[in-house]
Design a protein around this ligand. Structure first.
Ligand SMILES: C[S@@+](CC[C@H](N)C(=O)[O-])C[C@H]1O[C@@H](n2cnc3c(N)ncnc32)[C@H](O)[C@@H]1O
Length: 313
């Protein structure tokens, strides 16, 4: 769904939407409904990505409302610098992790905010760039780091993690039922040769478990588990929500869009605990899902779940 201020057609022209590498913002209507940006309010978009949600918010909190936009991927920040130029000093861009939201706010001197958005996971830009290693369909280095300036690439996890630990990782973070067989195959293969490319790993998984489920590529769950592990996604999410509570004004909105049940479950538990402690009022008793029309026009959004809450007054 395009941002509210643009029709689908003008959105495609404006953002030169010619291929699947363009990120279509997910559930924009619902994000705007729950974030409810008003003139001159300030916000944090903790996951800038392709700038879609940020653009919608900046159009809604004009003329002088500002956004602090954070992304752990330096490419998103570089892209944002050119895409968001027209908004001048209403946009502050910061390369950082949402887990360190409070430090980023302190470093940039940004004021307390009226809302925080976290649209988790990877963007279409990242997924379609073979050199980033997120896709099991494109050949590239087995990296998967959103911030390539830090941490260990997935190839190192594959190379050094003991078999049992690897199997547990695939099961716990990917829900992979064949985790033990896949881990065993990886350990056997790595004793012969290095597994450093996405397709080497994807083909090994296909050889190991076959193509039983035609709707789901056999490497889907393994790649998901590795990506969550490499980027420490669940711990970052928890730190991000608690960080958001610290940088929000009273009555501010926190909106989180997650893409798998581990993330959504974590958001649910943290919101409930914060609500019991009197810090938050939950605005979405159940997760909000994209409408069928949006899923039809952007199938990548089908697993999105949105939860929103308001900080105490
Ligand atoms: C789904 S995209 C966001 C798309 C964006 N809302 C838009 O409308 O274009 C997710 C983005 O969050 C970033 N990201 C993921 N985890 C992050 C983290 N822990 N801290 C900061 N950014 C993160 C990714 O690098 C990616 O650019």
């Amino acid at each position: 769904m395009p941002p509210l201020h643009l029709t689908q057609a003008t959105y495609r022209v404006k953002y030169k939407m010619i291929d699947s590498s363009i990120h279509i913002p997910v559930m924009t209507r619902e994000v705007m409904q729950y974030l409810s940006p008003q003139n001159d309010q300030n916000f944090i978009d903790a996951t800038l990505g392709g700038c879609g949600h940020t653009t919608s918010i900046l159009n809604a909190n004009s003329p002088s409302g500002r956004i602090l936009a954070i992304d752990t991927d330096i490419n998103a920040i570089t892209n944002g610098r050119s895409v968001l130029r027209e908004f001048g000093n209403r946009i502050v861009l910061a390369h950082g992790n949402l887990a360190s939201m409070q430090s980023v706010v302190n470093e940039t001197g940004f004021p307390p905010v009226d809302g925080v958005l976290m649209d988790l996971g990877v963007s279409s830009h990242q997924l379609s760039d073979a050199t980033r290693g997120f896709s099991f369909k494109l050949d590239g280095p087995l990296d998967m780091r959103m911030d390539q300036s830090t941490g260990k690439p997935a190839s190192e996890v594959i190379k050094y993690t003991p078999e049992k630990q690897l199997a547990d990782l695939l099961f716990n973070l990917g829900g992979e039922r064949n985790s033990r067989r896949i881990a065993r195959a990886i350990v056997r293969e790595r004793s012969q040769t290095s597994i450093t490319s996405t397709l080497t790993l994807a083909n090994l998984i296909i050889r190991t478990v076959g193509f039983k489920n035609r709707r789901l590529h056999p490497a889907t769950k393994t790649f998901q588990a590795l990506r969550i592990h490499v980027n420490n996604e669940l711990d970052n999410l928890e730190a991000g929500i608690y960080g958001a509570l610290k940088v929000c004004c009273r009555g501010a909105r926190i909106v989180v869009i997650s893409f798998h049940s581990l993330e959504d479950g974590k958001v649910k538990r943290i919101f409930r605990a914060a609500s019991k402690a009197g810090l938050l009022e939950i605005l979405t008793p159940r997760p909000v899902r994209p409408c069928p029309t949006e899923i039809a026009s952007n199938p990548r959004c089908r697993s999105a779940r949105l939860r929103a809450a308001r900080t105490a007054n």
